[in-house]
Ligand binder design. Structure first.
Ligand code: BJW
Length: 342
């Protein structure tokens, strides 16, 4: 089967009904004294941390132009994205669900990793005991050269395909061809009226030649990939995790969201990076009189704003500056030289 380069294929830019535009980076240029103290305290703890976990969600890729699930971005042709991400929806209307995923594949192929993807990849290269659990299926962390052994895909990938036949075990990863069938090309065009595609026009299994293929993502009610769950459990039980970075996730979907409480219960501290931090999470447990680099009495830090801006800044003492440049083939690279251990 053909495997095209992610950005060289015929991917058509696709936008959801209420797509979210990247947030301009204004907040970091004018840090208030209390925000600067918050950052300094976090960075002091980061430097002292030996074992770090990150739990990331759709907000990590929002600045890359991919919509989140909940809130303003979560509608596709007036369908709630959550209602399409179920085995029942696929079984009731595979044409609708395949068009949803085909559009998502096109959008992900067209999108570029942002600075936060590169920052997490860079932290992995510098810290062998840093592990990222991603709920994202868009492949952007991989395209930012995140070391694969330090990245666990909890919810699968848009670019994996599985046969739905009970009798067939076909599964293929890294399948970047778009569209998967000529009929699915229409799904990329938001202005085109919705057209039902008969089963014969949907992707079929190249192994058994009868089963319908489905995207290799984890839908509601389905088990997470056991290898990823086991690797996450092994990491957590191998020693205390000092810090969990919770980046661009609503923390509403389990078991993924449960990792945050597990780390808290072990005595680990939490850093939240989210464009919208609710009042209870936003409460600063940083005592007014504490020196800014102290973290002894803190259990969490919050960084409200675009993760693509905050994450590289927060991690800079370890990873150095992140500078992203586009290559001749359209892919992006982190040009940062990194920071020496001074
Ligand atoms: C920004 C930003 C910017 C925006 N910068 N931030 C315990 C209690 C209750 C229920 C359950 C439970 N355990 C299990 C369940 C059931 C269910 C569940 O959790 N339901 C809840 C809704 C209540 N869980 C499951 O069914 C899971 N399976 C399971 O438990 O199986 C058990 C089993 C065992 C053995 C055998 C069989 C079964 C499976 C869950 C699968 C979730 N799948 C999806 C779809 C994947 C495919 C696809 O992509 O289409 O995964 S749902 C969707 O939600 C997707 C996401 O990965 C996931 C999380 O969403 P995420 O990433 O947090 O996105 P949003 O949109 O919610 O949030 C974005 C955030 O970013 C927001 O906070 C924004 O503010 C922020 N933001 N711009 C920073 N620029």
């Amino acid at each position: 089967m053909t495997v095209d380069h992610p950005v060289s294929g015929s991917a058509v830019p696709y936008q959801f009904d209420n797509h979210v535009f990247p947030t301009p980076s204004t907040q970091l240029e004018t840090l208030t004294p209390s925000a600067a103290a918050n950052l300094a305290s976090f960075q002091a703890y980061l430097r002292s941390s030996k074992r770090i976990l990150a739990l990331v969600g759709a907000g990590l890729s929002a600045s890359s132009g991919l919509p989140t699930f909940r809130g303003t971005g979560g509608l596709w042709r007036n369908h709630d994205a959550m209602e399409l991400a179920t085995p029942e929806a696929f079984s009731n209307d595979p044409s609708l669900v395949w068009q949803f995923y085909s559009a998502r594949r096109a959008a992900a192929l067209h999108a570029m990793p942002n600075k936060a993807h590169y920052a997490l990849a860079e932290l992995s290269k510098r810290m062998p005991d840093f592990l990222t659990l991603t709920q994202n299926v868009d492949g952007l962390s991989t395209r930012a050269n995140h070391p694969p052994n330090q990245l666990l895909h909890l919810h699968g990938s848009l670019f994996s395909l599985k046969c739905t036949s009970f009798y067939c075990d076909f599964q293929e990863d890294n399948h970047f061809t778009h569209p998967l069938t000529p009929e699915l090309a229409i799904a990329s065009e938001i202005s085109a009226p919705y057209t039902h595609i008969p089963l014969s026009g949907l992707p079929h299994c190249p192994k058994c030649h009868t089963g319908l293929l489905r995207p290799g993502v984890v839908w509601f009610g389905e088990a997470l990939p056991w290898r990823a769950v086991k690797a996450a459990d092994d990491f957590i039980s191998a020693g205390k995790v000092d810090l969990i970075l919770v980046i661009g996730t609503s923390g509403t979907v389990y078991p993924a969201a449960g990792y945050v409480d597990r780390i808290r219960m072990q005595g680990g501290k939490v850093a939240l990076f989210n464009i919208d931090i609710d009042d209870s999470e936003g409460e600063d447990d940083f005592p007014e009189m504490e020196p800014e680099r102290s973290y002894a009495n803190r259990t969490k830090w919050t960084f409200e704003g675009d993760a693509a801006e905050w994450v590289p800044v927060a991690l800079e003492p370890i990873i150095g500056p992140i500078e992203v440049q586009e290559g001749s083939d359209g892919e992006r690279f982190n040009l940062a030289v990194g920071r020496s251990d001074d």
